[in-house]
Design a protein around this ligand. Structure first.
Ligand code: F6P
Length: 536
């Protein structure tokens, strides 16, 4: 039941302020304050976060800071990192930060320190990864494992596949790593093409161990192995990563081949857990520990800094400003790095599954839109695809550009410079348009005033990627808390999953079809057409 709107005095002040500042252009804002580039940027560990080309001034930031403070976001982070049950609808903690906390920390959940178990799992992951990397893990025929196929979907895939791509420069050169998440049979066929069953290990990541897609992939992987490996040897080729150890054992996984996911880590926040095993195998335990340290650095900063110097909070309130006040429904994330090509997809789950909510915790109405559509693609390629829309389209899309100063190989620095030049050129053009060009015909004019944020980092390393991931995790959580939604649940995806199971039964057995009153005429007609295309 919804009662009155959540809007308070600060919210109303922001609405009023929004009407005033909307009359100004970014050119005017930059003219008013020649120091915007530094006044509206912050250094957050190794990340430089520049929001100076957002439509904000110091009053906006002050009011947004008040809003954040009223939501008690700082206390929320303290509680979250201390293991309180901040995931209200599921009544459990959201303790991803514990996974990268120093080993001598003490973090209590219902009176029990969770750190020893985290350390035990991490050490088991390290030993296992080293074994594979040194060619000592043998398959059932005695051949060393040289290929690892990660099966899993959503949070059990997007973080690790994104990070594996991002850190491919750090990957073990002789281990083939592949990911498969789709139940489209072509996907697994293509993934397995060229692999040798005797030297292939499947990592099945599923927190629940009952995700239909992942279980189907696992069954099909078994069939593929069975052609070459006797059934008794199959368990040597499967690792389970799950919160549901019993279910994995029922499926035939060996106890020692199961890595535990804590119940309190959400899939989309799980890269620093055993869900990161595939990444650890690829980049090695040492580099993986740098990733964790990068995350931990940002965790500590997020919980201790005030908004002006807190990159995560600053980005969160800018998201709220753009969505709930300036009313921009989408945001584009544009990494100027081909290694980061999966980052927008990863963020789609992180941000949209966390913030795509139409009910507040206190059941008040929102009184504004909440949660943005997140999309994007790598920099220079997208300039030749959708940037026309960003510059001259009738809708404004706030952009977030990610850049890195140094290339891996100093001899490629010229190209790195070129990437950054493109990033800056686009961000500048979005903001100021064609104002300095005179006598342009109208179709060549760019009005500008299109907001963007720039996040600049020194180099794409595990330590820096860890910082970026943690930054986005905390920014997402902070937006959720300030908006008053639970960023840790995803009830919206459940109904569709169960309907798919019913429909799949119907497809297999037409006689089990529900009549049109219990289903609907559209689904029934589409099922008919599906069968007739197949001549059944
Ligand atoms: O799509 C919903 C979801 O529950 C995600 O939140 C989760 O990451 C994904 O499915 C996979 O779930 P599991 O790890 O339990 O297989």
């Amino acid at each position: 039941m919804h009662s009155s709107s959540n809007k308070n005095q600060t919210w109303s002040n922001l609405e009023k302020h929004c009407k005033e500042i909307s009359k100004k252009s970014l050119i005017e804002l930059f003219n008013e304050n020649p120091n915007r580039g530094s006044d509206f940027s912050t250094s957050f560990e190794d990340l430089w976060v520049d929001v100076s080309k957002q439509i904000v001034d110091s009053k906006t930031i002050q009011l947004l800071s008040d809003l954040a403070e009223e939501s008690k976001i700082n206390q929320f982070f303290v509680d979250m990192m201390a293991g309180s049950p901040v995931n209200l609808t599921e009544k459990k903690p959201a303790l991803h930060t514990a996974l990268r906390a120093p080993k001598d920390s003490r973090i209590l959940v219902e009176g029990k320190d969770v750190v020893p178990k985290i350390t035990e799992t991490l050490e088991k992951m390290e030993e296992f990864s080293r074994h594979i990397r040194n060619g000592k893990l043998l398959g059932s025929t005695g051949a060393p494992i040289t290929s690892v196929v990660a099966l899993g979907i959503g949070g059990s895939n997007l973080g690790s596949s994104m990070a594996h791509k991002a850190l491919s420069k750090f990957a073990h050169p002789e281990i083939t790593i592949k990911f498969c998440s789709s139940i489209d049979a072509v996907d697994l066929d293509q993934t397995l093409d060229g692999l040798n069953p005797e030297t292939t290990l499947f990592l099945v990541t599923s927190k629940s161990f009952d995700t239909r897609e992942t279980l189907l992939l696992m069954e099909n992987a078994k069939k593929w192995l069975e052609g070459s490996i006797v059934a008794t040897g199959l368990s040597k080729h499967f690792v389970g990563i799950t919160s549901s150890r019993d279910k994995a054992i029922n499926f035939g996984f060996e106890e020692s081949m199961i890595f535990d996911l804590p119940d309190w880590v959400g899939g989309r926040f799980s890269l620093s857990s055993a869900a990161g095993l595939v990444l650890m195998i690829s980049i090695g335990p040492d580099e993986f520990s740098h990733l964790l340290s990068g995350m931990n650095r940002i965790d500590n900063k997020t919980v201790s800094e005030s908004l002006e110097s807190n990159g995560a909070l600053l980005l969160a309130v800018i998201d709220i400003w753009n969505r709930s006040f300036l009313d921009y429904p989408t945001m584009a994330v544009i990494p100027y790095s081909s290694q980061m090509s999966y980052f927008p997809q990863y963020l789609q789950q992180l941000m949209m599954e966390s913030l795509g909510k139409n009910n507040r915790n206190d059941e008040h109405e929102f009184g504004s839109s909440v949660g943005s559509v997140v999309w994007g693609a790598t920099g220079t390629e997208s300039q030749h695809a959708f940037f026309q829309f960003l510059h001259q389209g009738t809708d404004v899309v706030p952009c977030e550009m990610l850049g890195f100063s140094s290339s891996y190989d100093p001899s490629n620095q010229d190209q790195q410079n070129s990437l950054f030049a493109n990033l800056l050129a686009q961000s500048e053009t979005l903001a100021f348009g064609s104002a300095i060009e005179e006598n342009l015909v109208h179709e060549k004019k760019l009005e500008g005033n299109r907001p963007s944020t720039v996040i600049l980092a020194p180099k794409l390393t595990p330590f820096i990627l860890g910082q970026l991931i943690s930054l986005y995790e905390h920014r997402t959580v902070a937006s959720g808390v300030i908006w008053g939604v639970n960023p840790f649940d995803q009830w919206g995806v459940e109904l569709g999953k169960s309907i798919a199971i019913d429909i799949e039964l119907e497809i297999g057995d037409a006689s089990s079809s529900k009549d049109a009153t219990t289903r609907n005429s559209s689904t029934e007609k589409l099922l008919d057409r599906f069968r007739s295309f197949r001549n059944i």
